[in-house]
Write a protein that binds this ligand. Structure first.
Ligand SMILES: Cc1cc2nc3c(=O)[nH]c(=O)nc-3n(C[C@H](O)[C@H](O)[C@H](O)COP(=O)(O)O)c2cc1C
Length: 329
């Protein structure tokens, strides 16, 4: 018996190997998170996400029913972060910066509407803003939506729409055009995200050689007509994550975003099939390098996509009875 076969017969050795493999992958998750989350080394992106976090917090203050003076430390912190952000250059064209400026503008209006001008926070923010009158306007803060508007705009047969989507694994030979991809992303960006940090990104891998690398790397493409697939990769940026409790935040946000992206594509006549990215950390690293995806981003899922054919073979994939998946507690 050779050494390998002998080792394999040692009781518990399989479990030990499994634990070792799991540890390696979990350590990778941990190291990406620790190296990139909010409290790691400062980068422009990270400050941008922190600014979005504070902006969101100020928005919540402005959405409060019974507001008191608020945002004293938050506005100070935001202005500090904005100054740091500016040091990286070209801040005035960046979404996070424009958003933050407009949060402060709304804050000033909010204070003025309540006659709170005689406060330090009002004066400080007002003075800060005087240097940024050239920054674009953006709607930040809160507003009232009539019930009639909510009802009118949501009156669609949502179940019918959802039921009309099926995973398809073969597509038309027509290449997915950039405009349609952009249209779908434009819809998917309406997805909710934790503290409105919008940490998901999506890549349409148009380069045939790179697309093949993705298809070869992912495991779930069996049974697909591979030549017809347009590859989309959905990622999230760990720069957006704020504390250890957010270690799974990106995965969850990417799930919400991806589902809306897939539905948006469907609404545009484009079929899709999710393809799980169950790859090792090493494979993920290699793929990210190949596609030029930054180190701080994690690959959440691959989406095979393409225009529908006249006839599409889909799986029935029956759903569990509704009673099986809910309890009223
Ligand atoms: C996260 C996720 C990963 C998936 N991965 C694969 C995959 O690797 N290969 C595949 O053929 N289908 C994959 N699917 C598609 C499922 O098989 C499919 O959604 C399910 O059978 C329900 O069918 P439907 O999408 O047509 O409603 C995946 C779906 C999800 C949501």
């Amino acid at each position: 018996m050779n050494l390998k076969a002998y080792i394999k017969r040692i009781p518990g050795i399989n479990k030990l190997c499994t634990i070792r493999r799991f540890n390696r992958e979990y350590s990778y998750d941990q190291s990406i998170f620790i190296n990139n989350y909010s409290h790691s080394k400062k980068t422009k992106q990270k400050i941008g996400y922190n600014m979005l976090l504070i902006t969101h917090s100020l928005e919540k203050g402005m959405g409060s029913k019974n507001p008191r003076r608020f945002g004293v430390s938050k506005t100070k912190e935001l202005m500090k972060q904005m100054c740091e952000y500016e040091e990286y250059g070209q801040a005035d064209k960046d979404y996070a910066f424009i958003c933050a400026i407009n949060a402060l503008r709304s804050y000033i209006k909010f204070y003025e509407a309540r006659g709170w001008e005689d406060t330090d926070e009002y004066r400080e923010v007002k003075k800060f803003l005087s240097n940024y009158s050239n920054i674009a306007e953006m709607n930040v803060g809160s507003f009232i939506v009539e019930k009639s508007v909510l009802e009118a705009d949501s009156k669609i047969d949502y179940k019918k729409f959802l039921a009309s989507r099926h995973s398809v694994r073969e597509f038309s030979t027509k290449k997915l055009c950039d405009e349609d991809f952009k249209k779908a992303v434009d819809i998917a960006r309406l997805s909710p995200s934790a503290c409105n940090r919008q940490m998901c990104k999506t890549y349409y891998v148009k380069n045939a050689k790179k697309a093949k690398t993705v298809i070869d790397a992912a495991q779930g493409f069996g049974g697909f007509e591979k030549d017809t697939i347009n590859v989309i990769v959905v990622t999230f940026d760990t720069n957006a994550n704020y504390f250890v409790g957010e270690r799974n935040q990106g995965w969850f946000n990417a799930g919400l975003f991806s589902m809306n992206l897939v539905n948006a594509l469907h609404s545009l006549g484009i079929g899709t099939c999710f393809c799980q990215f169950g790859n090792t950390s090493k494979e993920e690293e290699d793929l990210k390098k190949n596609l030029g995806i930054p180190e701080s981003e994690r690959i959440a899922v691959i989406i095979a996509s393409g225009y529908y054919r006249e006839k599409n073979t889909v799986l029935a994939s029956p759903r569990k009875p509704v009673e099986d998946i809910f309890r009223i507690v």
